[in-house]
Design a protein around this ligand. Structure first.
Ligand code: NDP
Ligand code: GDR
Length: 357
């Protein structure tokens, strides 16, 4: 029976996007293979429920692997013979990439080449379609707004530079070997499954804990940074749509709306009935409780709940991202189900529940 089903291989399956994408592909009847890294503690929390469901269990398989290991990648692709590969695996933290630049280049840059070259060497260029997880970080220092498929790149971190290699090697293999290899240039997307050190999740976790009396303050970096935030569930749908096109093409996936980190904080507090007031200049800035409209939470007016800590500043920052999703809407028929308020609500509900337990 499984011979008639499409087979997908997902790198980064244990991450935020890997988990949502695996769920989506299983719901569409795919056989899904994922590559996970060996770790000293179990790292499959985001996908454990996919094993638990007996209806999908036989369609879901995990392989140990690492994007820094060519032979391992070749062997897995040879065994799996995928129709579609989603290359989501990456050292995905921009700030950490300044601490681990060489490793980031190995995994995010050369890792992409390893996938493409494995498909080519194994003679799968006509069978296997490849999705590369490219990023709005490629735009870096603002060249134009909103940013579209035509906007020039100016990467601002070792992460973005590594992803720039990933982007162009994907384009090059498409042109050189006539492969269906494409980039989704995805702007920031978040969810209750977002890693805890990315700013949105750090905020929703922190705000939930403050409301519940478990934490005094959140320390953050650049509150002026502006991001185009969407929901990861909507964005994995776009990944799938990009691989279902007749012609291999790159697409920007974004909401088209940008918001500061400071306003995201306001929105998160507002979800638990708390108003905050900011004062200071971005370096010495703090936020204090101005109003609490929710009797469930005992937070005193005037309490300082957010402070800036320069340790979270980046040596070179990306100040403004705002994407133009016109091409994706027109050609893919891609539609957003979540706007920013719905995203913040989803994340806050999930984190309040998490910490209430
Ligand atoms: P996560 O950080 O949540 O997940 C990254 C995944 O990559 C994890 O499964 C991680 O494994 C895995 N990984 C890390 N290093 C390696 C390695 N050496 N070999 C194999 N796998 C590895 O990221 P997201 O899910 O948010 O993002 C998915 C992809 O999309 C990434 O490539 C990211 O750079 C890119 N992207 C993300 C955007 C976003 O806003 N979320 C926007 C644009 C692009 P482990 O669980 O063991 O750490
Ligand atoms: P980003 O996401 O760098 O855009 O990369 P992140 O959430 O880390 O930062 C967004 C903005 O918030 C500012 N910021 C802070 N960031 C973090 N992590 N922690 C803080 O305390 C903090 N305070 C302020 C940052 O300076 C930045 O301007 C994400 C990742 O998912 C990438 O893999 C992906 O490619 C891009 O999104 C699109």
């Amino acid at each position: 029976m499984s011979q008639n089903k499409k087979v997908a291989l997902v790198t980064g399956i244990t991450g935020q996007d890997g988990a949502y994408l695996a769920e989506l592909l299983l719901s569409k009847g795919y056989v899904v293979h994922g590559i996970k890294r060996r770790s000293s503690l179990i790292n499959t929390q985001r996908i454990d429920h996919l094993y638990a469901d007996p209806h999908v269990a036989s369609n879901f398989h995990l392989h140990y692997g690492d994007l820094s290991d060519s032979t391992n990648i070749i062997r897995i692709i040879q065994d799996v013979q995928p129709d579609e590969i989603y290359n989501l695996g990456a050292m995905s933290h921009v700030k950490v990439s300044f601490d681990e630049p060489e490793y980031t280049a190995q995994v995010d840059g050369i890792g992409t080449l390893r996938i493409l070259e494995a498909v080519r060497l194994l003679g799968l260029t006509k069978k296997t379609k490849i999705y590369q997880a490219s990023t709005s970080e490629l735009y870096g220092l603002v060249q134009e707004v909103p940013q579209s498929e035509k906007t020039p790149f100016y990467p601002r971190s070792p992460y973005a530079v590594a992803k720039m290699y990933g982007f162009w090697i994907t384009v090059n293999y498409r042109e050189a070997y006539d492969m269906f290899a494409v980039n989704g240039i995805l702007f920031n997307h978040e969810s209750p499954l977002r890693g805890e050190t990315f700013v949105t999740r750090k905020i929703t976790r922190g705000v939930s804990q403050i409301a519940l009396g478990q934490l005094d303050k959140i320390y953050l970096g650049n509150l002026d940074a502006k991001r185009d935030w969407g929901h990861a569930k909507d964005y994995v749908e776009a990944m799938w749509l990009i691989l279902q096109q007749e012609k291999p093409e790159d697409f920007v996936i974004a909401t088209g709306i940008t918001t500061t980190v400071r306003d995201f904080i306001r929105m998160a507090f507002s979800e638990v009935g708390i108003e905050v007031e900011f004062s200071g200049d971005g370096v010495n800035e703090v936020a204090k409780i101005a109003k609490c409209n929710n009797p469930l939470y005992q937070v005193a007016i005037g309490t300082e709940v957010v402070a800036v800590d320069p340790r979270y500043f980046r040596p070179t920052e990306v100040e403004l991202l705002i994407g133009d999703p016109t091409k994706a809407k027109e050609k893919l028929g891609w539609k957003l189900k979540y706007d920013l308020p719905a995203l913040v609500k989803d994340m806050m509900e999930s984190d309040v529940k998490l910490f209430t337990k």
